[in-house]
Ligand binder design. Sequence first.
Ligand SMILES: C[C@H](O)[C@H](O)[C@H]1CNC2=NC(N)=NC(=O)C2=N1
Length: 101
Amino acid sequence: MAVQALSQKEIEDRLAELPGWSLDGDRLARSYRLPSHFAAAALVVHVAGIQEELDHHSDITLGYHTVALTVNTHSVGGAVTELDFGLARRVEDVAPAHGAH
Ligand SMILES: C[C@H](O)[C@H](O)[C@H]1CNC2=NC(N)=NC(=O)C2=N1
């Protein structure tokens, strides 16, 4: 079945399982702090690999000791879908190993 926009309630239910993530306008968002700039850059590269694997891509901003991600699903007009939560969960799985919090 084609991917569908999630309802507000479906988004809230899924956000409750993803501490640190929030809805920023029409995008799922999270910022991480990292112990160094290189650690932040390494997280970006790791996430890029996951995004290529999933064929689903966030907008990522690399800061000094920060990485900020926002994502929605272009193919449904920029709504939040299960694909966005799938990416968020994968990022959560790898972020701690980079010292992200
Ligand atoms: C052709 C390719 O599958 C699509 O362009 C993918 C790539 N990455 C994507 N990323 C995001 N965030 N939304 C999409 O709809 C999307 N579509």
